[in-house]
Ligand binder design. Structure first.
Ligand SMILES: [Zn+2]
Length: 82
């Protein structure tokens, strides 16, 4: 799925409307938190899906000491000698 060709004005407070078809396509609800980051010349806005605090993986996650971590990182960290 790729939606493109939308050009939107940013207002004086830095706000921009995410087109309804984009929100519907990604099932983004009003009030939902979105993650924003800059990559080169792009601003990337994505659903705030839980991800590993170390590598960004979104599958096989668990919580440890209040942080989200993936199984691969748990394995790698467990290899570190005392
Ligand atoms: Zn990880």
């Amino acid at each position: 799925m790729r939606y493109k060709g939308n050009i939107r004005a940013i207002d004086e407070l830095g706000r921009i409307v995410v087109p309804m078809e984009f929100r519907n396509a990604l099932d983004i609800k009003s009030g939902e938190l979105l993650r924003m980051e800059v990559e080169g010349e792009k601003i990337i806005i994505q659903k705030n899906t839980p991800s590993c605090a170390f590598c960004g993986e979104v599958n096989g996650l668990t919580k440890f000491e209040g942080k989200t971590i993936c199984l691969n990182c748990i394995r790698e960290i467990s290899k570190i000698p005392n």
